[in-house]
Design a binder for this molecule. Structure first.
Ligand SMILES: *Cc1c(COP(=O)(O)O)cnc(C)c1O
Length: 242
């Protein structure tokens, strides 16, 4: 496919996603401007990220440091400015690398990871790093996410949030979740919304709710998502399951 064809394809897909967001907002009595599209570009080349940036996409998400770091460098070298969201499971030994290029880390789900990211941010950055606490909606910490009232204090949602909020190198911006495979998205995002409201009471600046992917963005918008993370509806089906 030529670059021009790919540009047309991405432009069409982006417009379709923006139309879906606009319709979902209208149905929910919300303004489209309240919802930010985060393009999840994992498995797709930096050339696609550049085309998306040229089309007006402002926010881009990746889930692996070894893939995200060179893409962020390529976009910077091309003079393109996007906000990089890290949305994947993050090993503590990758915290320094991610702190260099990420604008937002959406997947902080333990006190220890928050502490490692705080140290990394202090060393690598001049401004604090925005953090979303990833919530395990079904309370199964094994699949990632912090749990409200977890038995393991390292994974307790409120402790993780308080740790981030108290960290000089981090700014607690809100929450993120993925709907569990075996839950109706409606139930998952209603649960998330209730926990997000409790978090905002405790930390008034933490207003971001990152929820909704290609298959369930409408439900997420209905439940108050401020950010939707869209991969396949924008870029096409991935060959791998990630
Ligand atoms: C891959 C991924 C997405 C995007 O999923 P699609 O179904 O392709 O839209 C969103 N969030 C996270 C955390 C992801 O890993």
């Amino acid at each position: 496919m030529t670059v021009a064809d790919r540009r047309t394809q991405l432009a069409t897909a982006r417009q379709e996603v923006l139309d879906r967001i606009a319709r979902a907002c209208a149905a929910a009595g919300r303004e489209s401007a309240e919802v930010t599209l985060v393009a999840i570009t994992k498995t797709y080349p930096a050339s696609d990220v550049l085309l998306l940036a040229e089309l007006g996409v402002t926010d881009v998400g990746e889930n692996r440091d070894q893939e995200a770091a060179p893409k962020a460098a390529a976009l910077a070298a091309a003079g393109a400015r996007v906000r990089w969201h890290f949305v994947g499971q993050l090993q503590r030994n990758k915290a320094r690398s991610v702190a260099r290029y990420a604008d937002v880390v959406e997947s902080v789900d333990s006190v220890r990871l928050a502490a490692a990211l705080d140290r990394a941010a202090a060393e690598e950055r001049s401004a604090p790093l925005d953090v979303l606490v990833q919530i395990s909606v079904d309370g199964d910490a094994a699949r990632g996410g912090a749990v409200a009232g977890a038995g393991d204090p390292d994974r307790d949602l409120w402790r993780v949030a308080d740790t981030v909020a108290a960290a000089d190198g981090l700014r607690l911006a809100g929450v993120m979740a993925v709907a569990p495979l075996d839950w109706e998205p409606d139930r998952a995002f209603a649960t998330l919304s209730a926990l997000a409201a409790r978090l905002t009471e405790r930390h008034p600046g933490a207003t971001v709710v990152s929820a909704g992917m290609s298959g369930d963005l409408e439900v997420a918008v209905r439940h108050g998502a401020t950010h939707v993370r869209i991969g396949s509806s924008l870029l096409g089906m991935r060959n791998t399951l990630r």
